[in-house]
Design a protein around this ligand. Structure first.
Ligand code: ZN
Length: 322
């Protein structure tokens, strides 16, 4: 075994993470890097780091690399490497500790119960391809369930992407989203924070500390709840905010087609629906990102609405914009 295994895995990214603690160290680095790249705070949801960038969580990524390597061996024209694989599968059947056994353990530990092929099927290319598809589907399902399960992401719920082949728009779990291509990094990060619920408005910053009508009241008007749709589309409590909104609406009207303008107007007076429609239209994205940045800076300059002395928790207020 000690003679066969190193030849199969030498120089390949196929080391399997049997230790959750060791994998956790890699996941920590990946999450920190992606949060920084997207401009999200340390308490942002984890699933969005992957649904918005198209990347795979490192735990799944390393399993997929290992299965990809198994496919590479099966497709290899080199007879010796295929003989080595046959040998390792045979050793696994005889209950020796092998790379195959470790692969089985990590696949079976994935959430979603992926069926691992019996040993003889590991030499069948089509069955290993199916295993790879199963792991990918399991990963996307887990990410989508996390997105659907929280009301923090209502602005991306039900989002669809255009089909490059001309078909109807469809839901895509992981993709580098169009708004992440906005050139200005400040604008791009401000829009990402709004969409992914890591912004500096009260409904995000005080969600877990002062989640009451008083705690969440708008810093500008002091009357309504400080939600994104209220501050972006309704609030009249700050002159600069109102002027920025007017400028944004003019930009949108200039960029919108007749159909787009009609659709947004047809949504009626519900700010959340209008906001989702504005965020959906690609031709407005640069203007929307710029407006997100202006609102973020205005909100930061004014600060959250003050709390009563008896409502300030010992831990203070955290989160929000990094
Ligand atoms: Zn307000």
């Amino acid at each position: 075994m000690a003679l066969v295994d190193p030849h199969l895995v030498h120089g390949c990214e196929v080391v399997l993470d049997e230790s959750a603690r060791a994998r956790g160290l890699l996941e920590k680095v990946q999450k920190r890097f992606l949060r920084r790249a997207l401009g999200l705070g340390p308490f942002s949801l984890v699933a969005v780091l992957f649904t918005e960038t198209g990347l795979e969580p490192v735990g799944y990524r390393r399993v997929l690399l290992a299965i990809g390597y198994l496919l590479y061996v099966l497709r290899s024209p080199c007879v010796y490497v295929r003989l080595a694989l046959r040998e390792i599968v045979d050793l696994d059947q005889r209950r020796y500790t092998t790379w195959i056994g470790r692969l089985r353990a990590v696949v079976q530990a994935l959430p979603g119960r992926v069926e691992f092929p019996p040993p003889q099927d590991l030499l069948v290319e089509a069955r290993v391809e199916r295993l790879m598809g199963d792991v990918t589907r399991c990963m996307d399902k887990a990410l989508q369930e996390e997105i659907d399960a929280t009301d923090r992401l209502e602005l991306v719920h039900g989002r669809t992407e255009d089909d490059p082949d001309g078909g109807p728009p469809r839901r895509v779990v992981r993709k580098l989203r169009h708004y992440l291509r906005v050139y200005n990094p400040g604008h791009r990060k401000a829009l990402a924070r709004v969409l992914l619920s890591s912004h500096n408005l009260a409904t995000c910053r005080r969600r877990y500390t002062h989640n009451s009508a008083w705690g969440l009241r708008c810093r500008f008007c002091g009357e309504q709840e400080e939600t994104v749709s209220h501050v972006w589309l309704v609030c009249g409590g700050n002159e600069e905010l109102v002027a920025a909104r007017k400028s944004y609406v003019l930009d949108v009207l200039r960029a919108a087609t007749v159909e787009e303008a009609t659709r947004i107007r047809s949504l009626g007076p519900t700010p959340t629906l209008q906001l989702k429609a504005l965020l959906d239209v690609r031709s407005f994205t640069s203007s929307t990102a710029e407006f997100a940045y202006v609102v973020q800076e205005l909100a930061e300059a004014v600060g959250l609405a003050p709390l009563g002395a008896d409502q300030v928790g010992e831990q203070g207020e955290g989160g929000g914009v990094v």
